[in-house]
Design a protein around this ligand. Structure first.
Ligand code: CTP
Ligand code: MN
Ligand code: MN
Ligand code: MN
Length: 383
């Protein structure tokens, strides 16, 4: 609001997508505390807590975006990005080294148990809270409970919990991508793939491997994902899978993705634009040699989470931005596009509601140009 006290007070752009946010930053301890509060608010749930979670997220990304380590809360008290609650926590940590509220949450039975459950693949905050309310606290409680029934996804997540907690290194992700590329070279020569998600943003270790797949010739990608997954299944690489937005060759969902008439869900206000990209997400089981892990005679393979996403060539640039993320970066990009430019942005396309036209893009740079934003490299999108 510009009412600075004359000193060079710190400034931040209104939206995260207007600034650079990297994995490395100056305020680790404060960000960790704010992220814990965000996570706790999500686990509590309900509309009010979700609003608080967003406020904590906004505060933590603001702290990541600052050009120096904060030593005094006055340095940031004029930033609009920080609410009173966040400022109070930050002030407390800066004066005595920790926050009572944060430590109390960290050590609470509620946070420990719901966080543990939420870490299981397939278990969201609502389910975690529901189990907590039923008196469950540990994995053994889940396994022995007679009152709850795990979904197949949750069962698989629980069965593979320890291995899924092992980080996926960049090298391992690259080897998984290479293996996938070998398969699609056989199925449909000319098909391309690349690592997206956290690894594309420069993370050395991720919780999964995200691979974007496309064929330069529009339409050739039809049916590809099913064939790929069939081959991977034959090789014994798939422990659990869910196929999303998969279409028989001619059906409606395919048209919805590719036919601009079918993009009607993007021609109005945002929030409606669904992700129609074909996707397989699941738990894969890779030979330890493929991951270059030390041999283990009891267990020759290791479970890892993998997301395979297929995009038609015409939507590739939007799919790339959407699947590179991170999530908060996308959120700010979509909010900015809508609020400032009345552009509805999705992982498929952008629609300019003032001009009433789609904005075709063949590179990420094209999209930044439409949005009148400075191009940001993937590693600058770590909000
Ligand atoms: N994404 C999406 N739609 C989904 C799932 C994910 O658009 N249904 C986006 C996320 O917003 C994120 C990217 O795809 O930008 C990758 O998601 P994810 O693997 O969950 O997170 P990462 O950023 O890769 O982090 P990690 O290293 O922990 O996997
Ligand atoms: Mn990922
Ligand atoms: Mn993923
Ligand atoms: Mn989407």
């Amino acid at each position: 609001d510009g009412s600075a006290d004359g000193e060079s007070s710190l400034q931040l752009t209104k939206y995260e997508c207007q600034r650079v946010t990297t994995l490395d930053h100056y305020n680790r301890k404060l960000v960790e505390a704010l992220e814990l509060l965000e996570s706790h608010a999500l686990l509590i749930g309900g509309e009010q807590s979700q609003g608080r979670a967003l406020a904590f997220k906004r505060s933590s990304t603001a702290m990541k975006g600052l050009p120096k380590e904060i030593e005094n809360v006055d340095e940031i008290s004029s930033l609009r990005h920080l609410g009173n609650h966040s400022l109070r926590i930050i002030g407390e940590i800066l004066t005595k080294g920790y926050s009572d509220e944060v430590e109390q949450i960290r050590n609470s039975e509620f946070y420990k148990a719901t966080k543990l459950f939420n870490n299981i693949f397939g278990v969201g905050p609502t389910t975690a809270r529901y189990w907590y309310d039923k008196g469950l606290r540990t994995f053994d409680d889940l396994r022995n409970s007679e009152i709850i029934k795990l979904t197949d996804r949750q069962q698989s997540g629980l069965d593979n919990y320890d291995e899924l907690c092992e980080p996926v290194t960049l090298e391992q992700a690259q080897r998984i991508r290479d293996m996938v590329q070998n398969e699609i070279d056989i199925i449909l020569p000319g098909t391309k793939s690349m690592l997206v998600g956290g690894h594309r943003r420069g993370k050395k270790a991720g919780h999964d491997t995200d691979i974007l797949i496309w064929h330069p010739e529009e339409g050739k990608e039809r049916g590809l994902l099913t064939k790929l997954v069939d081959r991977l299944e034959l090789k014994g690489y798939i422990k659990y899978k869910e196929m999303i937005n998969i279409d028989a060759n001619t059906d409606e969902a395919f048209l919805r993705r590719t036919n601009s008439r079918g993009l009607s869900d993007i021609k109005e206000k945002p929030g409606k634009a669904m992700d129609h990209l074909e996707r397989c997400f699941g738990i894969f089981s890779f030979p330890r040699t493929l991951l270059q892990l030390p041999q283990n005679d009891d267990n020759p393979s290791a479970a890892r989470r993998v997301d395979l996403i297929v995009t038609p060539a015409s939507q590739w640039a939007y799919a790339l931005v959407g699947w590179t993320g991170n999530k908060q970066y996308n959120r700010s990009l979509r909010l900015y596009a809508w609020k400032e430019l009345q552009i509805n942005l999705s992982s498929h396309a952008a629609f300019d509601c003032r001009e009433q036209k789609l904005l075709p893009a063949s590179t990420e740079q094209d999209i930044f140009n439409y949005l009148k934003l400075t191009y940001r490299e993937p590693w600058e999108r770590n909000c």
